[in-house]
Design a protein around this ligand. Structure first.
Ligand code: ADP
Ligand code: MG
Length: 251
């Protein structure tokens, strides 16, 4: 479980995120959704301790993130940021290998190599493992980053818009990978998604963020309602019952 208590970030006198009180259960996929600028990345990077909070507490499992040592936290929680400034002269395999850093500190063991291969394979990157990052499409590079984060083998995995740069087929594939990472490896995945319909289809919980506050938290069935989505996205939204579950339609 991840617990946020009275978490606040004040960027300046005009922009403040919080106070946020939130409990994200262990297991499955929790999708953070909401309009641009709502505060999703701010919350995710504070949980991942890449951004300091101005007040409040965040606990990941039993660990208070402000007092837990980085090297210990890195074995519990991994994060993929929205923007990645990649080093072009790095191969896919080298990048994924960075996920082992908290364990190997740069000296990869035979076991590390095995784990790296497993995640390269899991993200269907085996044929591309020796390619440099600047020789990949945006979607392939995105998969390499996700492989790196999963390779860290942490119980909690935070991903900020991992479907960026992916077409529909690869987005579906990515969400299925995340589902199996949650189900087969027992990971707790918190993912910022742009598309509410991907959240409805693949997430176990939807957490809606609006203007720096959590406005809804619940199962897709609980959150996928005309009035709720219309309010969150500030535009008329209708929810219809599709062949695979609820679908939001904008008009
Ligand atoms: P989201 O990920 O939901 O699009 P963000 O968390 O990136 O939203 O941003 C939330 C708000 O905080 C926005 O109004 C954004 O402009 C502002 N913001 C984000 N980062 C900074 C920063 N470093 N300095 C000042 N304001 C920021
Ligand atoms: Mg963002």
């Amino acid at each position: 479980m991840i617990t946020l208590s009275n978490v606040r970030k004040e960027y300046n006198s005009d922009v403040a995120i919080g106070p946020v009180n939130l409990e994200i259960p262990s297991g499955g996929i929790t999708a953070l959704v909401g309009p641009n600028g709502a505060g999703k990345s701010t919350l995710l990077t504070m949980i991942g301790r890449l951004l300091g909070m101005d007040s409040g507490d965040i606990k990941v499992a039993q660990y208070d993130i402000t007092t837990t040592k980085s090297k210990d936290l890195a074995k519990i929680l991994s994060i993929l940021r929205q923007e990645n400034h990649f080093i072009t002269k790095l191969t896919v395999r080298q990048l994924v290998g960075f996920g082992r850093f908290p364990y190997s500190h740069g000296r990869l063991t035979a076991e590390d190599e095995e784990i790296i291969s497993r995640y390269i394979d899991f993200l269907h990157l085996t044929d591309l493992e020796d390619r440099y990052l600047d020789q990949l499409s945006g979607g392939q590079r995105q998969r390499a980053y996700v492989a790196m984060v999963l390779c860290q083998e942490t119980d909690y995995v935070l991903l900020d818009e991992p479907l960026n740069n992916l077409d529909i087929a690869h987005s579906v594939e990515m969400m299925k990978h995340l589902q199996s990472a949650a189900q087969e490896f027992g990971r707790t995945i918190i993912v910022v998604l742009h598309d509410i319909n991907f959240a409805a289809r693949y997430a176990d919980y939807i957490c809606a963020v609006k203007a720096g506050k959590i406005v809804e938290f619940g199962s897709p069935e609980e959150v996928m309602r005309d009035d709720i989505l219309t309010d969150i996205f500030n535009t008329p939204v209708q929810v219809i019952d599709g062949p695979h579950g609820l679908i939001a339609v904008y008009h």
